[in-house]
Design a protein around this ligand. Structure first.
Ligand code: ADP
Length: 267
């Protein structure tokens, strides 16, 4: 709480009263703290790959790694990967900042999700095969049409499915499914039998840059922004997103989208 005093003065400057203002600044301070944390995180996230790139380039330049072709090509590969991660990070940051300032123009239109889900399943079943992960798609048809931006929903699916594949070891499974809920909303479910998330981390998992294991996420090429972006997009469509997980057993993310047209009552 913030307390301010303002004296009430007569023209003769004689004090005749006092105005007390008691202000609740909890929310303001929270936002301010989040803003500061975000800037610190961004700086750190950009500095880390830059430091790696710099030290590998120095090793090539001064350390004689150039004379060993195998070592040199490994150093260059790491350098390129880090540069690519920086590009992804900046792309994600720009996307989030556009979503924050409501500058993203959503091209919403009546959409059948079936095709979108089938395309995503094609892309990811290929990735899964390479990693020996079983992939399944199940759609309980018919799904009501949703009013949505195709590219943005694709982005949500990509983020969730790539996490599922990233955090699931070989020999396990990933599934994608969709159905109409009793309230008419379409629910899309991405589920995996991967490493899972400890209970204590679940509440904060949609926060920007929040990661269970920073080193692991980085080594997988993650930016720590995928879930935050997914949530912004889903909410901008009037839907909700939530995650359930058991550490060591697997993770399920569900998001909903409102149906495009009001339900026609068959009665
Ligand atoms: P990242 O780029 O690090 O994957 P995300 O915002 O997509 O960032 O996810 C945030 C964190 O949530 C990840 O670093 C990881 O710790 C955890 N996470 C997300 N999806 C899964 C999943 N399917 N299984 C296990 N952990 C997950």
């Amino acid at each position: 709480l913030k307390l301010t005093f303002t004296p009430v003065l007569r023209a003769s400057r004689e004090a005749v009263g006092l105005i007390l203002v008691l202000q609740d600044v909890t929310e303001e301070e929270k936002l301010d703290r989040q803003r500061k944390e975000f800037v610190a995180n961004v700086s750190h996230e950009l500095r880390t790959p830059l430091t790696t790139i710099k030290s590998y380039l120095e090793a090539l330049d001064e350390g004689g790694a150039m004379e060993e072709p195998e070592l040199a090509s490994r150093f260059l590969r790491v350098t390129r990967q880090e540069a690519e991660r920086m590009t992804r990070l900046i792309h994600d940051l720009l996307q989030l900042s556009k979503l924050d300032s409501e500058k993203v123009r959503f091209h919403k239109q009546p959409l059948r999700l079936e095709e979108l889900l089938e395309d995503a399943a094609d892309r990811f079943s290929f990735q899964c095969r390479q990693k020996d992960i079983a992939f399944s798609l199940s759609i309980r048809k018919p799904l009501p049409r949703v009013y949505a931006d195709r590219d943005q929903i694709d982005r949500v699916l990509d983020n969730l499915l790539s996490n599922a594949v990233k955090y699931t070891p070989e020999g396990q499974s990933v599934s994608l499914s969709a159905h109409r809920r009793s309230d008419g909303y379409v629910e899309v479910v991405v589920s995996d039998k991967g490493i899972g998330i400890p209970k204590k981390d679940l509440d904060r998992i949609f926060e920007r840059f929040y990661r269970v294991d920073k080193a692991r996420s980085r080594s997988m090429g993650g930016t720590g922004l995928g879930l935050a972006i997914a949530r912004e997009i889903v909410q901008a469509h009037g839907g909700t997103i939530r995650m359930d997980s058991r550490y060591g057993e697997g993770t399920t993310v569900r998001f909903t989208l409102p149906p495009c047209e009001p339900e026609v009552n068959p009665a």
